[in-house]
Design a protein around this ligand. Structure first.
Ligand code: HPA
Length: 266
């Protein structure tokens, strides 16, 4: 960890970012046109490289409205065959860097007919249906405790700010529950029915490992889902990854606007 920490610190001239942002599928264009410092994952020891379509694979640091922001342009996924520990390594590095807030974004399928493709949902809570937990293994007491409380992973304070920002930007934002499966296959209609009964509003294949680790490290977490499609069986039709990327692109202006407003106000 010391190598990656020192490398990032050196690249950022010792600056401690106020907030980290993890960009999900289709949201890679968020940093387009911004001036800042790019650090490719390939240069950081311990970071994996992300190959999924729609993800760039670097850290990007920039400053705006007096806020120091570190963006993960693309995340690591469990379905890529990496361990939970590997995919959450960047969050641990962010915590060690002194970053206290993290915004996790993703693309997700809707289980809810009132959440349409292109809509945004603020994550209020989650259901870990990935069959694994990133905190399994020896506990690193310097980061967090062995049995961390998870009763408010997604900071109420940050959620209130996000809701106010959405109102100001005239963007519909409702709170809901995010469920994650391990993927990479999309769910079956029967699985979606089950997740709906369990209380999920949207489903994806990411975010939860990072949210658990960030909460364990005492970081304030905000989670934002961009609805890219109706989950299997909710409406007629088949699911495709290009649909997920496409919806991200269509809604990206809306997401950018909201994210910028949130970043200004947290
Ligand atoms: N299921 C799981 N993950 C997803 C989906 C989905 O329907 N859409 C985007 N990510």
């Amino acid at each position: 960890m010391i190598n990656s920490l020192n490398y990032i610190k050196e690249k950022l001239y010792g600056i401690v970012p106020d907030v980290a942002v993890v960009l999900g599928s289709g949201l890679g264009s968020f940093t387009d046109g911004l001036e800042g410092i790019t650090i490719p994952y390939a240069e950081i020891s311990g970071f994996l490289t992300s190959n999924v379509q729609g993800h760039k694979g670097s850290l990007f640091y920039y400053e705006k409205n007096d806020k120091k922001i570190l963006v993960m342009q693309g995340r690591f996924h469990y379905y890529e065959g990496h361990s939970m520990q590997e995919i959450t390594y960047p969050v641990k590095v962010f915590s060690k860097l002194g970053i206290k807030k993290i915004i996790l974004t993703n693309a997700a399928g809707s289980l809810d007919e009132t959440l349409l493709p292109g809509d945004l949902m603020l994550i209020k809570d989650h259901i870990n249906y990935m069959g694994n937990n990133p905190l399994i293994g020896k506990n690193d007491d310097s980061l967090g405790e062995r049995f961390p409380d998870m009763s408010e992973i997604y900071s109420k304070k940050l959620r209130q700010i996000a809701l106010l920002c959405a109102k100001e930007c005239e963007i519909d934002l409702t709170e809901g529950v995010y469920a994650a499966t391990m993927g990479p296959s999309y769910e079956t209609p029967a699985e979606i029915k089950m997740l709906k009964i369990m209380g999920a509003n949207v489903v994806g294949m990411s975010t939860i490992p990072e949210a658990i680790v960030a909460n364990w490290c005492n970081m304030e977490v905000l989670g934002l889902s961009l609805v890219s499609n109706y989950a299997a069986g909710v409406k007629m039709g088949h699911l495709s990854h290009s649909e997920v990327i496409g919806a991200g692109q269509i809604a990206s202006e809306k997401v950018k606007k909201l994210l910028n407003s949130i970043l200004e106000n947290i």
